[in-house]
Write a protein that binds this ligand. Structure first.
Ligand SMILES: Nc1ncnc2c1ncn2[C@@H]1O[C@H](COP(=O)(O)OP(=O)(O)OP(=O)(O)O)[C@@H](O)[C@H]1O
Ligand SMILES: [Mg+2]
Length: 254
């Protein structure tokens, strides 16, 4: 059976710089695959390539066996690849609920875009979407802050709302770019539990970029290490921890 996500020999260049160099990886349904490596290793660029934000110079990206590398970002999102952004992507002046609604609107078909046109039918769609978004926030224990503007939320709450927004359409694949950045350790643990449940209970495939190494090692099924755009290790957390090339990647020597 085709993997949920299959990245084959992907290369991305920015002028003379090879940001991602012949990288291959697979993520299965319900699997947590971490992508780690030093700053500038090419992790976010690989996310951008998967999500359709940067073109590939070589290689293929398949979602359930179907090539997606030539599709526009909104088509890839509609196909079930949702993401969060390294620097946070909430609209600060919108409420948590409205931010989750944005996640629904950017994906769901044109019936929802009727909302913008203000048709009566779309009024019903809006109410349905709003109820759905509120339920999702409730499920993540964020019901109390649903009507607060995003800028007034704590860093941890903002990260969670971002994840809820990415999840709003029940995507099979989730790309999380440093979701734990800036979170205190207890909040990190809570986030780890949420990510693990998404994979274990909902069968979502997760590709996780994260520098919080203890979080990565505790929840991931597989860890892939990038260095200067190249994959230098790929294995279980224990295998990767013991891998010499990983030490070299992080410390610059063996
Ligand atoms: N749009 C761009 N144009 C030119 N160079 C870029 C662009 N985006 C990224 N780069 C370069 O590509 C390389 C990889 O960057 P990338 O952001 O993918 O690294 P990263 O592994 O996500 O790092 P970090 O851990 O700091 O987030 C870096 O040298 C970066 O400067
Ligand atoms: Mg990055």
């Amino acid at each position: 059976m085709a993997a949920l996500l299959e990245v084959s020999d992907v290369t991305v260049r920015f002028g003379g710089l090879i940001a991602v160099n012949e990288v291959s990886l697979r993520v299965g349904a319900g699997e947590i695959c971490a992508l780690i490596g030093p700053n500038g290793a090419g992790k976010t660029t690989l996310f951008n390539a998967i999500a359709g934000y940067v073109p590939l110079n070589a290689g293929r990206i398949l979602l359930r066996g179907t090539p997606i590398q030539d599709l526009a970002p909104h088509r890839i999102a509609a196909g079930g690849v949702r993401r969060t952004f390294q620097n946070g992507g909430l609209f600060g002046h919108l409420t948590a609920l409205e931010n989750v609604l944005v996640g629904l609107h950017t994906q769901v078909d044109s019936a929802f875009f009727g909302i913008v046109l203000g048709s009566r039918r779309s009024g019903v769609a809006e109410a349905t979407a709003s109820g759905h978004a509120r339920k999702l926030l409730d499920l993540m224990d964020l019901g109390d802050i649903a009507d607060q503007p995003a800028h007034a939320l704590s860093g941890g709450q903002q990260r969670m709302v971002e994840i809820v927004r990415a999840l709003a359409t029940d995507p099979p694949l989730l790309l999380l770019d440093e979701p734990a950045v800036g979170l205190a350790p207890p909040m990190r643990e809570q986030l780890g539990g949420v990510i693990r449940n998404l994979a274990r209970e909902r069968g979502i495939g997760i590709l996780l970029i994260e520098h919080a190494i203890e979080l990565v090692m505790s929840i991931s099924d597989r860890v892939i290490v990038l260095n200067y755009g190249r994959k230098v290790a790929d294995g279980s957390p224990d295998e990767v921890r013991a891998d010499r090339s990983v030490l070299e990647a992080y410390l610059g020597h063996a």
